[in-house]
Design a binder for this molecule. Structure first.
Ligand code: GDP
Length: 331
């Protein structure tokens, strides 16, 4: 494939998801030629608005030959691996698929880069979930992983493989250990989006309750668009490294619920219901990021305050709920 002179070329897997689509927005704004990897033809998900601006490739990332062919044809400067089975309960239901997609697919891409002797810079999206039953807070790049589910275990396999390929074969490969990142593009099964969607629908009279699991959770929640900038900066550094990416600030689920109801002029007291179906084992030590390295080496900071992006999510879901209500009334 011929590259336009001077234009950087990037491959993004997981481009149809939240983080991948923000990364594509960012790279296109920097005039990159962006190649998006799809698992199913035509399923563009959160990247639908980029349909005509991205070159699409449909392939199975668990097939080494297909991944190698893609890299050989596109010869990207940068390869961002964001594809994964990313919802923890789903990973517990599908351990084989999770280990394959979230773990082994990363090894295939790294091995293809090694075999082809191409100067591709590789980014791997890791997760704070890898810390699992963590003993210390905040966590940094040296904190031990104690993964507690197939998703986290597969991410640790990928993380360690990135380090192996960097140390043994000199591949320019970086790990981002990403804390929870949210936006209006977040999937509806994740808790922030579940809250904003449910509260918006309650405000429009479309449902009566917000049904959740553990309410006493605290997390380090950041804004997905801010994280995209961190991913890009990692691959612009003179040397590859691993970086913890988060905000360093904890927010409780109860605070999020309060902000959401406040934003629509309601109180949540009688509307929040706990269903044991959504309860997970409690986290003994909080997961909160120490982002000193990202600050010091990449001059990266999370710039969008939680209240701002969370209210953006609520406004987005209010528009969806209002459209649903109008559709019902018209029917
Ligand atoms: P995760 O960090 O990738 O697992 O992101 P989630 O948004 O799925 O979960 C974040 C936290 O919210 C976890 O500690 C969950 O236990 C907690 N939580 C509480 N109620 C719910 C719920 O109804 N759905 C989800 N997804 N999480 C919930």
């Amino acid at each position: 494939m011929l590259q336009v002179a001077g234009k950087k070329v990037a491959v993004i897997t997981g481009i149809t998801g939240q983080a991948g689509s923000y990364l594509a927005d960012l790279l296109l704004s920097k005039s990159y030629e962006v190649h998006g990897v799809l698992r199913r033809v035509g399923h563009l998900g959160q990247a639908a608005h980029l349909a005509s601006r991205v070159t699409w490739h449909t392939l199975c990332m668990e097939d080494y030959d297909q991944v190698r062919q893609l890299i050989e044809r596109v010869q990207p400067d940068e390869y961002y691996n964001l594809a994964a089975v990313s919802f923890v309960p789903r990973s517990i239901e599908h351990p084989l698929e999770t280990m394959s997609v979230t773990g082994m697919a990363v090894v295939y891409a790294l091995e293809a880069i090694r075999q082809l002797h191409l100067p591709v810079r590789f980014f791997q999206a890791g997760s704070s979930e890898m810390f699992g039953k963590v003993c210390t807070a905040p966590q940094n790049e040296d904190t031990s992983f104690r993964p507690q589910n197939p998703y986290a275990t597969a991410k640790v396999l990928a993380h360690n493989s990135v380090q192996n390929f960097r140390n043994h074969y000199g591949v320019f490969a970086c790990n981002g250990i990403l804390y929870n990142h949210e936006s209006p593009r977040r999937g509806p099964e994740f808790v922030t989006r579940k809250i904003t969607s449910s509260v918006a629908r309650i405000a429009c009279g479309l449902q009566s309750q917000l049904v959740l699991g553990n309410l006493d959770v605290q997390r380090d929640w950041g804004y997905a668009a801010d994280f995209a900038e961190a991913l890009w900066r990692m691959l612009q550094q003179p040397e590859p490294d691993d970086y913890v990416i988060g905000t360093g600030k904890l927010t409780t689920l109860r605070q999020l619920i309060e902000i959401a109801f406040d934003a629509v002029g309601l109180t949540g007291q009688d509307k929040v219901v706990v269903d044991p179906k959504f309860v997970r084992p409690p986290e003994q030590v909080c997961r909160v990021a120490d982002i000193s390295r990202a600050r010091a080496k990449m001059n990266w900071n999370p710039t969008t305050p939680l209240e701002q992006w969370f209210r953006e999510m609520i406004q987005h879901d209010l528009r969806l709920a209002q459209a649903e209500l109008a559709g019902r009334q018209a029917a």
